[in-house]
Design a protein around this ligand. Sequence first.
Ligand code: ADP
Length: 204
Amino acid sequence: MRLIFLGPPGAGKGTQAKRLTDKYGIPQLSTGDMLRAAVTAGTEIGKRAKAVMDAGGLVSDDIVNQIVSERIQEADCAKGFILDGYPRTVPQAKALAENMRQKDLVLDAVIELKVDEEALVRRIENRVAETIAAGGTVRSDDNPDSFRKRLSEYREKTAPLSQYYEGQGELVVLDGMAHVDAVTVAIEAVLEKDANAAASAARI
Ligand code: ADP
């Protein structure tokens, strides 16, 4: 099972991807997590990415394409993977398609979680509050300025991916405002190609 999640920051991609990893036994590949790990480890990529990420901008296509290309060759991706936060630009989507073609891999689905922007701001505020309450460290880009920038980057560079995948007949749009469990049900229905269940869950 090879899957892409699309949707703005805070749409619930990570939450849903984590649920699917357990069910299908495939890893969630979050480019955001991979880049944050590179920043923490102080690698060359991490050093180049940190300032851009903190400001809410996008890291260069070359860097993320390379990271994902290497990651999907690892043994735990043999049965598939869930991409969360990649591709984020049309050039990244094209690079991924070429990369998968070379590796003889096919995409099973592209799922977009649609949410309204006011809800996103509230979700990010909640994520920050929950992290603080749990004694964790708040992400350095989870502040109002970076968040606004992340949203505008999304609108400008990532939203066009919906049309790109729709044009290829691969896109399914689900209501990310539905209850988190209902969204999971809808996703599973899509993956199991159960059209009726998908329609009665959160499919748009
Ligand atoms: P979000 O909650 O904003 O979706 P992520 O954890 O997916 O956060 O990503 C955090 C940051 O990492 C992004 O704002 C961006 O700077 C960088 N990043 C992650 N994935 C990509 C990508 N595919 N292309 C470019 N930059 C990326």
